[in-house]
Design a protein around this ligand. Sequence first.
Ligand code: ACO
Length: 415
Amino acid sequence: MKEDTRKIGEDYNDAGPEVSDLDHPKIHKGLVGLYVDESLITYIDGINGKLYYRGYPVKELCENSTFEEVAYLLIYGKLPSNSEFNAFKDLLIKERNIPDNIISILKSFPRNTTRIELLRTAISALSLYDPDDYDYTEPANIRKGLRIVAKMPTLLAFAHRIQTNLPLVEPSEDLSHSANYYYMMTGNKPSKDFEEAYDDVLICHADHSINSSTFSCRVTVSTLSDIYSGITSAIGTLRGPLHGGANEAVMKYMVNEIKRKERVIPWAEKKLARKEKIMGFGHRVYKTWDPRAVILRDIAMNFFKKAQNGELIDKIPNNGHNIHDEVDYIVEMTEILNDYMIKTKQIYPNVDLFSAGLLHTLGIPTASFTPLFAASRSAGWVAHAIEQLKDNKLIRPRLRYIGKLDKKYAKIEER
Ligand code: ACO
């Protein structure tokens, strides 16, 4: 072994003195810009603001496809034939129900628990009821993954209705994935325009390459743990406001802090002067418009116009407007904030800025925004878990230890 000549406390790495070539390793804090593997799932062009699932532009998928088809595409790597698609849809419908024991668990949680915590716990518990538990082959992983995708809306809708003392709405066998999700959550079957908008929200969130939650999922399965553990890790990671929790954070500052159009800019000025982040803006990869934000913004504007014309009155009780009279339309305030941020800071909006206003306009409760993101992203997580396991390498980076070594241990009574 090479003699270690460093002084205590100087530039140690955690492999010990023999790995002297790592004495001054380059630190990639936040893993910014690092490629950790190759993938065939999603391509993000962060400079030109483009996003592709399995090579297909997401905009085109939103215009022509459905969430079910996109889930198939992500998981199997190709668009389905007619018969494959029908069989896939039937399977998702068949798997919508959740075991009674899981419903009892959901009912037993404290009423102030966030929906995303409920989901994280329920998905973890659900693994115990999966008939393929302990079968770690790829076909079993796909079966488990599809059950997760199929059951997530039911878990979330049930969680929401239990938490708000509403009767459960059983899954329908006649509705699409998104229409059924909307129906179980709100108790109303959506009109075609609502269903399409909701479907587009799900498609836009279905995958995003190796974002933080997907990374968590891949790390977990890379230890040869199971896919439920991978998804549970991912949900826990998605929850944070720097990631999937941003859509709820946007709604909260709009409703609780800004409230009025004329207050948007003074509010933003204050936040920025205090060097605080404004949720719904900025992205690790996009240096321009997030293409998902562009898609959802257009849809949100359409619904906003309908709300202004009174066209949503019979569809949702609040006509797309906030329940409190003292709050202006979220979509309008979002536009003002967006213009201000781009003009003054050159910081572009991300998907969460516009999904917040759109989901609110569609009558989705704020507490269900981040879980809805999770339900959509479950398709991507499953695809990534399967891809990771196809050519697995344990994901295990290094940390450069910078503390002292060989400290003298003092017994507790001597400290
Ligand atoms: N508000 C104000 N300033 C911002 C914002 C923001 N939302 N985002 C970035 N900036 C500024 C930073 O203050 C920093 O400025 P500085 O160089 O003067 O210090 C600069 O832009 C770079 O920001 P970083 O945080 O270093 O960039 P990073 O790539 O690490 O962060 C992130 C990306 C975490 C998304 C960040 O933009 C952020 O915190 N945004 C708000 C949270 C959010 O909306 N998250 C959702 C992301 S999309 C998703 O997960 C679906």
